[in-house]
Ligand binder design. Structure first.
Ligand code: NAP
Ligand code: MG
Length: 487
């Protein structure tokens, strides 16, 4: 067993003052493969004070955007250097095939950091013409100033990538951070913080506290020196955080769950749609906030499509991702195993047609079956609630208008895809979907340059791209009286 994981505060690995220990369980064989300290409210206080000192008058607060950009680029280079290690850390922690983080998470993390670095010296203000102040000409200009100390609270499903969406833009804007990774996945957050030190980012700018969300998350949300909470996770916890920060009017960014539609029209390229929808719902064992779990298929092709998707599900080899040819590992934890199977049972109980997979027997490890339900309806539990597992719900539709209405009939609005070869229809439908990111003939348009976030209960605010960086700033306007100047 490796040594016990510790917090990283002010450039130091420390045990902190908490007394508990978390045992980290390998989802493949349920062995305890590492332990981690469990932080306390005092540990949060130490990390927040370190971040605050850098944010208010510390070395970091005095750096220019150009200097910050250089350091963030160095960080990106170090992540690139360690990318295999980082991919393996995240894959091991949730039982995922390391091929997936190598293909998506790490390249995305590196490019997100580089893109954010480029913004660090480009946060320009505006000069705004006005009639002046009580007859006297004025000059009004705006500035984007850092929000201050950011609490970054992240989930376990794609730990490093989601963290980079917060760290890159927050550093570019001039903020400092206290990171609280999910209990199951502290590794890459801790390694990233150490790489920050190696890159030359001053101690205290990026801190990590590990342990229970109920203790650390609450302490971060309530701490008076935390200016913004940037959260990715479940709608339930997101709501709790919003209630907790409301009395202090802290800024929040919320990236919550989804029940994203994939709409397949009869004029779509069938093979591409089947492959894309399979990827959209089964990637990372379906533990993806943007998973395209409600698949609306035009009735004329619904049978053919459903059989093909069921075939794709049946052909996925589930097992230990370290073994040759295995494409899908277990889900990340025991609770997730139970949840996914409970939803599959509810699909059966409510009369959806099981076409692949089904309820899994519990053996060693948290292995579930890639599952496809055909001929379902949008009011079934499997179509309403986020499962966060590899379960596809196929719902037939008749007209374009029906597809749009059904797709939008959800409390969520994170992502969506449209599969069609009709250009006008592609745009028409894309522009009708109440969701933050739409793919036309492709799934998961995720890129650090593109804004990411949800409509409706899927979130609040946007991460990545220029929107993500501006989310870590306050806009200030300065108006100067200019007596004597001609207006
Ligand atoms: P979760 O239970 O909401 O946990 C997310 C994070 O919040 C973890 O670090 C957790 O710590 C922490 N936390 C728990 N209680 C807290 C509290 N009272 N105050 C503050 N923080 C607290 O979500 P999850 O189970 O890890 O992830 C699955 C969910 O995340 C799904 O609903 C999924 O859709 C969503 N998600 C959304 C996106 C997106 O971009 N929109 C991306 C990924 C996941 P502990 O681990 O210690 O409990
Ligand atoms: Mg949780």
């Amino acid at each position: 067993m490796s040594t016990q994981l510790q917090h990283y505060i002010s450039g130091q690995s420390i045990n902190g003052s908490g007394s508990g220990v978390t045992e980290l369980v390998d989802p493949v064989n349920e062995d305890i493969y590492a332990t981690a300290v469990e932080g306390s409210v005092e540990d949060v206080d130490a990390a927040v004070k370190a971040a605050h000192a850098q944010s208010k008058g510390g070395e970091w607060s005095k750096m220019t955007g150009e200097q910050r950009g250089i350091l963030i680029n160095k960080l990106a280079d170090l992540v690139e250097r360690d990318q295999e290690l980082l991919a393996d850390m995240d894959a091991r922690a949730i039982g995922r095939s390391p091929i997936e983080p190598r293909l998506l998470d790490l390249p995305n993390t590196i490019s997100t950091l580089r893109h954010a670095a480029g913004w660090a010296d480009k946060l320009e203000g505006r000069t705004i013409p006005t009639p002046g102040y009580m007859g006297t000409p004025t000059l009004s200009y705006t500035q984007h100033v850092p929000v201050g100390v950011v609490a970054a609270i992240t989930p376990w499903n794609t730990p490093l990538m989601i963290l980079s969406w917060k760290v890159g833009p927050a550093l570019a804007a001039g903020c400092t951070l206290v990171i609280k990774p999910a209990t199951e996945t502290p590794f890459t957050a801790l390694h990233l913080a150490k790489l920050c030190t190696e890159a030359g980012i001053p101690d205290g700018v990026v801190n990590v506290v590990i342990g229970r969300g109920s203790v650390l998350g609450n302490a971060l949300s309530e701490h008076p020196l935390v200016d913004k909470v940037s959260f990715t996770g479940s709608p339930e916890v997101g709501t709790q955080i919003q209630q907790r920060v409301a009395p202090q009017c802290k800024r929040v960014a919320m990236e919550l769950g989804g029940k994203s539609p994939q709409i397949v029209f009869e004029d779509a390229d069938m093979a591409a749609a089947v492959q894309g929808c399979a990827m959209g719902v089964f990637f990372n064992q379906g533990q993806v906030c943007a998973a395209g779990t409600r698949i609306f298929v035009q009735r004329s092709i619904a049978d053919e499509f459903s059989k093909a998707l069921a075939g794709a599900a049946d052909s996925i080899k589930v097992g230990d991702p370290k073994e040759e040819g295995v494409q899908m590992g277990p889900v990340a934890k025991r609770g997730q195993f139970d949840t996914v199977n409970r939803y599959i049972q509810s699909g059966l109980d409510e009369g959806a047609q099981l076409m692949a997979g089904g309820v899994a027997e519990k053996g060693k490890g948290f292995f579930v079956k890639p599952t496809v339900f055909g001929n379902a309806s949008n009011d079934m539990t499997i179509a309403r609630e986020e499962i966060f597992g590899p379960v596809a719900t196929i719902i037939p539709f008749d007209t374009e208008a029906d597809a749009i209405r059904l797709a939008n009939d959800t409390v969520y609005g994170l992502a969506g895809t449209v599969w069609t070869n009709n250009l006008a229809r592609a745009h028409r439908v894309a522009q009708s979907l109440e969701a933050g990111a739409i793919g036309v003939n492709c799934w998961a348009p995720i890129d650090g340059r593109l804004p990411w976030g949800g409509f409706k209960t899927s979130g609040l605010g946007r991460e990545c791209g220029k929107s993500g960086v501006l989310g870590y700033t306050e806009e200030r306007v300065v108006t100067v009286l200019m007596p004597g100047a001609s207006s």
